[in-house]
Design a protein around this ligand. Structure first.
Ligand SMILES: [Zn+2]
Length: 375
């Protein structure tokens, strides 16, 4: 990972680069800040920069043998420690048991939080921990001579999740560091780290990503027009993860609207073969997607009814521009007589889907009742 791959954070990066140039890289540093700000990326890019065989004034080269290994997180002098979870009667668990998943996760996007990581290792409802057994692993890894670089780098992601005995052993290592070792601690809750560790590390506060940088990144990565990207960046408040979740939410809303319009149009036309195809399509998606569609449809029905009886405000309640556009004509179809039985159809489908019923039958049945109700 190059510094150039990081969203914003230019002042932090230039300070790190300067510390390398002036040969005053502190052997233990804490990068602390809220989620979605790129702390982990900065730590990896920093280690890559230090190890690069052909670094420029402001970034690693990205192509030398060292960079090539860093890009895949397989450099023998780069070590990771992160929270994991012990399942059932599993023996001692340590980070290296999960290193392949970790590499995959970072390759997908280095911006993730603990929940996303625990989901990745299939323990999403558990507490991730850095177990006591990790301490000996760290000692073992750092006792090795460096293979290829001047430095061994140990990146500890979320040191606040560390077992106290591991934290105490880590403290000793930071006090008397093995030769040429760099500890980079990446923390979201630095107040939970042992104060004795904190006091021996250089503390670097990673701020929220500024809106301008976040806007540019969103607009490029998601191929989105500037004003829309700016809107999202503003609401995400410097958190890239939040920005991404807003974008996904928005996409799922558009997909739901399309489905809703298709269903209503086909029902109006009484096009049974196409309705049957529509049911098969939605039945092929996941239950969560299906439930979201049904909830979305209930909202649309309610807003259209309010519009029909003249109760909606000027902004058409909660509707987006595209939803409002469809509602302009569609609202005349949703009236006092059919609103309750229509809503009932969608609610019943939601209950049956939640109870793991057969989605194909549930949606086809619902659609046929919609045909009867809207004309
Ligand atoms: Zn390089």
């Amino acid at each position: 990972m190059k510094f150039n791959d990081i969203i914003g954070q230019k002042p932090i990066i230039s300070n790190l680069v300067r510390s390398v140039k002036e040969e005053r890289v502190s052997h233990a540093q804490i990068f602390a800040g809220p989620e979605g700000t790129g702390k982990l990326s900065i730590a990896i890019a920093f280690a890559q920069y230090i190890s690069c065989e052909n670094r420029s004034d402001n970034d690693s080269c990205g192509v030398c043998p060292s960079c090539a290994k860093f890009e895949k997180l397989i450099h023998p002098d780069l070590h990771f420690v992160f929270p994991v979870f012990k399942k059932g009667k599993a023996g001692e668990v340590i980070s290296s048991h999960f290193i392949d998943k970790w590499r995959e996760m970072v390759a997908e996007s280095p911006y993730f939080n603990l929940n996303r990581w625990l989901k990745k290792i299939d323990v999403e409802n558990e507490q991730g921990l850095i177990y006591a057994a990790e301490a000996n692993e760290i000692i073992k890894k750092l006792a090795l001579k460096t293979y290829e670089s001047d430095y061994k780098t140990m990146i500890i992601w979320l040191p606040e999740k560390m077992h106290h005995s591991t934290a105490n052993k880590l403290l000793k290592m930071i006090e008397e560091p093995p030769d040429k070792t760099l500890f980079l601690l990446v923390s979201e809750e630095p107040e939970l780290i042992l104060p004795t560790i904190m006091s021996r590390c250089q503390f670097i506060r990673i701020p929220l990503i500024n809106t301008k940088d976040l806007t540019t990144a969103i607009s490029v990565k998601f191929d989105m027009p500037g004003p829309k990207a700016k809107d999202i960046a503003n609401s995400a408040n410097g958190n890239y993860l939040k920005a991404v979740s807003f974008i996904i939410e928005d996409e799922s809303r558009s997909a739901n609207l399309k489905r809703f319009i298709d269903l209503m149009r086909l029902s109006w036309l009484r096009n049974i073969p196409a309705i049957s195809e529509w049911s098969e399509e939605i039945a092929a998606t996941g239950r969560e997607v299906q439930k979201r569609f049904l909830t979305f449809s209930l909202e649309q029905l309610r807003e259209n009814y309010m519009l029909n009886i003249g109760m909606a405000d000027k902004n058409l309640g909660f509707l987006s521009d595209k939803e409002a556009e469809f509602a302009t004509n569609f609202n005349s179809v949703i009236n006092k007589k059919n609103i309750a039985p229509l809503a009932d159809q969608f609610s019943k489908a939601h209950i049956h889907i939640s109870a793991n019923g057969n989605a194909k039958i549930i949606f086809l049945d619902m659609a046929i009742n919609v045909i009867k109700l809207i004309r």
